[in-house]
Write a protein that binds this ligand. Sequence first.
Ligand SMILES: Cc1cc2nc3c(=O)[nH]c(=O)nc-3n(C[C@H](O)[C@H](O)[C@H](O)COP(=O)(O)O)c2cc1C
Length: 210
Amino acid sequence: MFYEPKDGHGLSKNPFNSLVVPRPIGWISSTDKNGVVNLAPYSFFNATSYNPPTVMFSAGKGQVEDDGRKDSLRNILETGEFVHNFTNWDTREAMNQSSATTSMDVDEMAMVGLTPIPSKLVKAPRVKETPIHFECKLIQTVDLPNENPNNKYTVVFGEVIGIHIDDDFILPNGEIDIAKLHPISRMGYQDYSEVTSETVFTMERPGFRE
Ligand SMILES: Cc1cc2nc3c(=O)[nH]c(=O)nc-3n(C[C@H](O)[C@H](O)[C@H](O)COP(=O)(O)O)c2cc1C
């Protein structure tokens, strides 16, 4: 089949999210200017460069507050800072629960029973229960063009200015222990996938030396 998205897909469900898989999940903690903590997952998320390291995520329209912004976006515009907390198998339920639509005064980290620990360079706290954290400074936001105000998306780009790695997840050879990390990622519909030692494979890239 071929379809132009503007004309509709004709399938029972929009396939788009199943066509870009698996997607890493940005688990974004932020604070508002008064220090109220916010935590939410974003699977329109990725790393965007190596040096300096940068990441991006894309926030759709907020359903609760009058400004039409999701809390993460509003907080980051206010403070210029956020943290990405790694999403793994052990934190999958809390990650999902933290996506609940709540008003801006709700601290989702507390709501889902996670433990905030201080960051070193930004005010937003980190999720203790997950082994990797990126402390980020806002670079810029980009409002994507759309014809329908309900489809408003804003992309947030951040520079990763501090990286925490739990030492228990670093192998003696200096590599990250992916099997122990047990990452999860977003598929289409309500589906996820997990990365285990059985599903990782290696291919040498032609002419590439790290
Ligand atoms: C796994 C997962 C991935 C999600 N990805 C996105 C996303 O990329 N963009 C988005 O706007 N919402 C996404 N959501 C929904 C947000 O997490 C949800 O709207 C949340 O309430 C936003 O919180 P905030 O207003 O506190 O920032 C996702 C939800 C889940 C469970």
